[in-house]
Ligand binder design. Structure first.
Ligand code: G3P
Ligand code: MG
Length: 227
């Protein structure tokens, strides 16, 4: 079972920062997941549409300019990183799962990846683009069929992983509260990987392994090795 550092090594370092991502690389995580919004046409790495929980700022992300956002402390003196900075840092060392949060992120992502592939040598094989917004995933697939996508869900649909097949996804990324054996079996029959979020204890990790889950998102990638 693969271990994907959720928002970087976010259990021990400020989430979605370069510091948390560096620590996830040191922990030799099989993948690193980050969340992305678009601010003034720049893709930035942050989870909420409000900056208050994760930075020393207050208010909606959409009310900040990119420069104002750069002034905020995202914890331990870290800035809110850009996706470009993260691509530079990860540098194909492990799989980078870019979760699209903002509804306006698909086009900017396609543009940025084109540039990253040329200028940074970013390898498309080392990326997984995921979202709860399946329209964004369809848009990505329509323009870049070579990119792997992960269809996120926080439900247990009647027809299980059919929606992910329909999207041509590589994986179905499920909430641990809704996953069951039938879902895992259905996904596997469709040739999809099953990744489950967010698993932060040994008991749940073992349960997922027994169910045949392929990967878990975990805030503690280093500790998860021993689980
Ligand atoms: O991508 C898995 C997980 O990160 C989805 O939920 O809210 O933590 O972004 P959330
Ligand atoms: Mg996420």
């Amino acid at each position: 079972m693969q271990i994907i550092a959720h928002r970087g090594a976010s259990g021990s370092y400020p989430e979605n920062t370069l510091l948390a991502i560096k620590q996830a690389l040191l922990a030799k995580a099989d993948g690193i997941e980050i969340d992305v919004f678009c601010v003034e046409n720049q893709l930035v790495v942050i989870h909420d549409e409000n900056v208050s929980r994760t930075t020393n700022g207050i208010g909606l992300l959409q009310d900040f300019t990119f420069n104002q956002l750069q002034q905020l402390d995202a914890g331990s003196g870290q800035q809110v990183p850009t996706l470009w900075q993260v691509l530079q840092l990860v540098n194909n060392q492990t799989l980078l799962n870019i979760e699209l949060k903002g509804a306006d992120t698909a086009e900017p992502l396609l543009e940025l990846l084109k540039k990253a592939e040329t200028e940074l040598g970013t390898h498309p094989d080392k990326l997984l683009i995921s979202s709860f917004n399946h329209h964004l995933l369809q848009h990505i697939k329509n323009h870049r069929s070579d990119l792997k996508t992960g269809a996120l869900t926080a439900s247990l649909p009647l027809d299980y992983a059919a929606f992910a097949s329909q999207l041509g996804a590589w994986s179905v990324n499920c909430d641990k509260g809704f996953i069951n054996k039938e879902m895992v079996q259905d996904a596997h029959q469709r040739g999809l990987k099953v990744w489950v979020y967010t698993v932060n204890d040994a008991t749940t990790a073992k349960k997922m392994q027994q169910m045949g889950v392929d990967g878990i998102f975990c805030n503690y990638p280093l500790e998860a090795r021993s689980w």
